[in-house]
Design a binder for this molecule. Structure first.
Ligand code: FES
Ligand code: FES
Length: 165
């Protein structure tokens, strides 16, 4: 029928990722996580693919979002940020450095999701208490490091940002 797309027919999807305009081509039902990975942002990891683990967390207009639960076409008109945006040139950004300093990762599979979760949370709640950070971090899963180092990294990063916002 005229006007309807076949299930695997692609449409142009204009996305803004880390401040750069991109035109992806994806079927309407493709998730944002898959579309970002196809665009080369393989830091967007896929664990559960149904909203539980948080490995696919990116920022949408500054807020943490599970990109496996969002369609690529829904990303049009929004500012999308992936973990690449946290780097300081070729160096680690302050939050990434705090993870390194606190041994907040082992295999690293969950790490991009945690980094974007914490970055987004502390933008929204810059004066969050330790308990609030613990609760925020508890929304993502890590199967090999545990939360202690991750929470401490978030606290260290919060202190760093207070000193030089
Ligand atoms: S892959 Fe998206 S929440 Fe697990
Ligand atoms: S560092 Fe391995 S799952 Fe978190």
């Amino acid at each position: 029928m005229a006007g309807w797309l076949a299930p695997d027919e692609s449409v142009a999807v204009n996305l803004t990722v880390n401040g750069e305009a991109r035109q992806a081509h994806a079927p309407p039902r493709r998730t944002l996580a898959d579309a970002l990975r196809e665009e080369g942002f393989t830091s967007v990891h896929l664990g559960c693919e149904h909203g539980v683990c948080g490995a696919c967390t990116v920022l949408i207009d500054g807020a943490p979002v599970r990109s496996c639960l969002m369609l690529a076409v829904q990303g049009r008109g929004h500012a999308i940020e992936t973990v690449e945006s946290l780097c300081d040139g070729d160096d680690l950004g302050a939050l990434q450095q705090a993870f390194d300093d606190n041994d907040a990762l082992q295999c690293g599979f969950c790490t991009p999701g945690f980094l974007m979760l914490i970055e987004g949370f502390l933008r929204l709640e810059p004066e969050a208490s330790r308990q609030q950070i613990v609760e925020a971090v508890s929304s993502n899963l890590c199967r090999c490091t545990g939360a202690v180092g991750i929470v401490q990294a978030a606290l260290d990063f919060q202190s760093t940002r207070r000193r030089s916002p």
